[in-house]
Design a protein around this ligand. Structure first.
Ligand code: AMP
Length: 109
């Protein structure tokens, strides 16, 4: 499904896009800022990344940092990657949640 967002087949509110990474607003936000950052390459979950993906994984972090600045949440934000059903993953295309604009508790649920 996120491949369709990346290639424009499925509509979404895209905040960032380049040849490797796309970022768009989460459809069901859990915080005032909730953005998903994905690689264009289809990787179904974090446990399937390989050495080959090193650059794109790094890029996802740089994009998240830039978006945090642009969206005014650099003073405190949370990055989350749910890997597998037990961790709450529901969409099978690797995605990093960028959450901010409120306080977050620890440990997470
Ligand atoms: P996860 O539970 O970590 O797999 O996260 C999946 C996230 O994708 C959830 O926060 C959903 O709200 C979000 N989501 C599902 N479909 C869409 C969509 N079409 N556009 C934007 N976000 C979506």
């Amino acid at each position: 499904m996120f491949c369709k967002i990346a290639n424009g087949e499925l509509k979404s509110e895209i905040l960032y896009s380049d040849e490797e990474v796309v970022a768009f607003k989460d459809i069901n936000p859990q915080a005032p800022v909730h953005v998903l950052v994905i690689p264009r390459k289809h990787i179904s979950k974090h446990s399937e990344i390989t050495q080959e993906d090193q650059a794109v994984i790094g890029k996802m972090h740089l994009v998240a940092k830039k978006l945090a600045e642009d969206l005014g949440i650099s003073d405190g934000y949370r990055l989350v990657i749910n890997c597998g059903e037990r961790a709450g993953q529901t969409v099978w295309h690797l995605h990093m949640h960028l959450l901010g604009g409120r306080e977050f508790g620890w440990p997470p649920g």
